[in-house]
Design a protein around this ligand. Structure first.
Ligand code: ATP
Length: 513
């Protein structure tokens, strides 16, 4: 675990050193849980967004886009339930004065039992080799059964408390489990309190009277209140979807995990409107579709898993998360929720407007049901960086840090490097870029030894390095070096476009879906 934490620290400093992510307002000592994306980060982030947008809007005839405003009428947040129920249970440690989410403390404790069980299974698998029967071991080994029983009891108690909103019981669980503050090491806890996560501000000048408005905590409501505008103007028929990418804001209680939990972040959400009664079928379909989108990136299928919710949100009748194995454990990257007709019905009630869908086949109007897929751009970004970050020892004993990013997402697709800064080599390198920059994001680098330049490109995940040397002057060939294998090949300059396009185009990812 400590080793994994070290890796995570290294990833955070790597992100800063190479221009991916900077703490916001750094020269003023930063602002809690707010981050800026640097020159490399913004490219990676844009590529992630494009991959998502195209997978949703381009590949599906019945999904269209939207860009709604961040400010919305405040009654929207009353109707959506956020004013009354968008709370997290918080608890403070009286000695360290650190604040935690009570639910997260307990979930981490449950995960510890899972770790213990998995360790027993791993040990036994090594001991028994090929003859190991995992299912039998899990159902008969005394130690595993003991851990499992404790885990299940804790999980049951926790679920019940959460669903009943029983804050005293949540605190009691923390006390009974002996959960200590990681900073002070003590069990000196305050009561558990509910904390609303929405930011608010004032709109309008004071002379004309001002109105309290919220910074949206999710992009979804902008879709709900526009669904009929889109349906009518786009002549959409059920089932259809609306996709949106945009900023969301939450005054998170605990914000200590880099860009995993931010106060200002970006979401990519798609609401899929369906006939009532068909929602669970669509929920199952979207679960698979979304998992496939993640897996197509080639980070390894074992890195993902589904995690069904213990407590359904006030609007949902089914919900699951897609989790990714970060260095600090499996964590939610995307949520898939069957939101019933809760939001639309509620907007109908609060606005007093008829926002029913007229079904021409049934010749009747009704409120559609909604399946939502909701993914954080920043968490997706973090999962990709964590999955891609590798430290390697090379054959010559040197080491390198390489970001094995999916080529289609890499910020820079190719670097063109003249072997020396003279003899006309820089000019040829510039000419190659002049030609290819319309297709790909290219970088020119002539400083330092070629080895150092390769290392710099490895560190930002550039899939191809093109080196121009003296032979290029004679036969118009260059070497192309592949980031992951570090192999080099001699190819003609004319062939570069084809070789590179084949791998770095987002189209290739989309075709695999
Ligand atoms: P969590 O339980 O981690 O607080 P959530 O279940 O409240 O997350 P949702 O409301 O389902 O999250 O939001 C959908 C997605 O938005 C999440 O899967 C995550 O990727 C992203 N997201 C939510 N909150 C944050 C945040 N504070 N910082 C970054 N991304 C976030």
């Amino acid at each position: 675990m400590a080793q994994q934490e070290d890796v995570f620290k290294k990833i955070v400093s790597h992100c800063k050193e190479y221009g991916f992510v900077f703490p916001s307002s750094e020269i003023y000592d930063g602002l809690g849980a707010v981050y800026d994306y640097g020159q490399m980060g913004v490219e990676l982030k844009n590529n992630i967004k494009k991959y998502w947008w195209d997978a949703m809007v381009r590949l599906n005839e019945n999904i269209v886009g939207l860009d709604s405003a961040i400010f919305m009428h405040p009654t929207i947040w009353k109707a959506s339930g956020h004013v009354d129920a968008f709370n997290d249970p918080l608890i403070d440690n009286k000695d360290s004065k650190k604040r935690y989410r009570a639910d997260v403390l307990i979930e981490d404790e449950i995960a510890k039992y899972d770790d213990k069980i998995n360790k027993e299974v791993e040990k036994a698998a090594k001991r028994f080799g090929d003859s190991f029967d995992e299912a039998q071991f899990r159902s008969t080994n005394a130690r595993v059964l003991e851990h499992q029983a404790k885990r299940d009891a804790l999980h049951g108690r926790y679920s019940k408390a959460l669903n009943a909103n029983d804050l005293e019981e949540l605190r009691q669980i923390i006390l009974d489990e002996g959960i200590a503050c990681p900073i002070s090491g003590t069990r000196n806890w305050t009561e558990v309190r509910q904390f609303n996560l929405m930011f608010s501000t004032e709109m309008g000048s004071t002379t004309e009277g001002s109105m309290k408005v919220y910074l949206r905590p999710e992009t979804a409501q902008g879709i709900f209140v526009n669904y009929l505008n889109v349906q009518k103007t786009g002549r959409m028929k059920l089932p259809f979807g609306i996709a949106q990418i945009g900023k969301a804001f939450r005054n998170e209680i605990v914000a200590r995990q880099f860009i995993f939990r931010m106060r200002e972040f970006e979401q990519m959400e798609m609401q899929f409107f369906v006939k009532p009664g068909t929602e669970l079928e669509w929920f199952a379909k979207w679960k698979q579709t979304r998992l496939k989108w993640h897996e197509a990136l080639g980070m390894g299928d074992k890195k993902y898993r589904f995690h069904d919710h213990d407590k359904l949100a006030h609007y949902a009748n089914a919900a699951t998360d897609i989790e990714f194995e970060m260095p600090f454990g499996f964590k939610e990257v995307e949520g898939i929720h069957s939101r019933t007709n809760f939001d639309l019905s509620s907007h109908e009630k609060y606005s007093g407007k008829n926002i029913r869908y007229f079904d021409p086949e049934l010749n009747e109007s009704y409120v559609p049901y909604v399946i939502e897929t909701s993914i954080g751009v920043d968490r997706m970004f973090l999962s990709i960086i964590c999955g891609a970050y590798k430290e390697e020892v090379l054959e010559n004993g040197e080491s390198r840090v390489v970001l094995q990013l999916p080529a289609a997402l890499a910020p820079v697709k190719l670097a063109v490097l003249p072997l020396v800064k003279k003899d006309g080599l820089p000019e040829i390198a510039r000419d190659i870029i002049k030609d290819l920059k319309f297709e790909f994001n290219c970088q020119y680098d002539e400083k330092d030894s070629i080895g150092k330049r390769y290392r710099r490109q490895d560190a930002i995940g550039t899939p191809y390095c093109i080196t121009v040397d003296h032979q290029t002057l004679d036969d118009k060939t260059v070497t192309i070096r592949y980031r992951d294998s570090m192999l080099q090949e001699r190819v003609s300059i004319d062939a570069l476009n084809g070789i590179i396009a084949d791998k770095v185009n987002i189209k290739n990812l989309l075709k695999a879906l």
